[in-house]
Design a binder for this molecule. Structure first.
Ligand code: C5P
Length: 227
């Protein structure tokens, strides 16, 4: 049996990619599969936590891994919906993990009718979405641990770490999972390659392999920093 080292904890996890509507039939989206966040939720549940999983758009079949008696799932679509659900999920949670790929921008004026070709090529004005992770950090409750993810491309390991450290301090999270994105790692892939940076900007661990391995490495670190 799995070690129940998260028993008694309530954790909130977001996953998947948000979709920002353009008109009734179109959206701006991203390639997030939702696999990593679901693996984080599943690992937590198997280690004894109660999990509130906020799932934006995920690939077909991915949510079946989240079917567990201790995982409660809320489905959302846009960044605005994810924001509302994550604030609710974070309320009273011991640990908050933002894995979702939140769109940085949304369309300023969503058309109430389908944009037609006859009207010519549309010019979409974009406006920035709120940084949900930054809001969750600002609203952090006493004793609450907040974890962020950062997908980065980099030419070298040093550059990756430098970017990771800078983002960790900018986001003020307790732990940042720096995710190397390349042709065979990260998005849409079964495997992941991550480096964990703590609140002192120290590299505390590294994991390369399945998204479940990455999830367990994250929870090991959360357990050790909450001790
Ligand atoms: O700055 P960047 O987008 O790389 O940060 C990624 C982290 O911030 C992830 O944990 C992601 O879930 C979160 N995020 C967010 N709200 C946004 C953009 C990103 O919570 N609007």
């Amino acid at each position: 049996v799995t070690k129940q080292d998260l028993a008694g904890l309530t954790v909130a996890v977001s996953t998947g990619g948000t979709r920002e509507p353009i008109d009734p039939v179109r959206h701006l989206g991203n390639r997030s599969s939702g696999r990593q966040g679901v693996a984080v939720a599943r690992a937590a549940a198997e280690r004894g936590a109660r999990v509130r999983l906020v799932a934006a758009h995920v690939d077909e079949g991915v949510l079946t891994d989240a079917l567990h008696p201790r995982i409660e799932i809320a489905r959302v679509s846009t960044a605005a919906e994810l924001r509302q659900s994550m604030h609710a999920a974070a309320d009273g949670a011991d640990v908050v993990v933002m894995v979702a790929a939140v769109a940085d921008y949304r369309v300023a004026q969503v058309s109430d009718h389908k944009l037609r070709k006859e009207d010519g090529a549309p010019v979409l004005e974009l406006v920035e979405n709120p940084d949900i992770l930054a809001e969750l950090v600002a609203a952090r409750e006493p004793g609450q641990t907040v974890v962020g993810f950062a997908a980065e491309t980099a030419d070298s390991e040093d550059e990756l770490l430098e970017r990771g450290r800078r983002k960790r301090s900018r986001k003020a999270v307790d732990l940042l999972v720096v995710n190397r994105v390349s042709h065979d790692r990260g998005f849409e892939s079964a495997d992941n390659d991550v480096t964990l940076v703590d609140a002192h900007d120290e590299v505390v661990s590294h994991a390369a392999g399945s998204k479940r391995l990455v999830a367990d490495t994250l929870w090991n670190e959360v357990v050790s920093l909450r001790r």
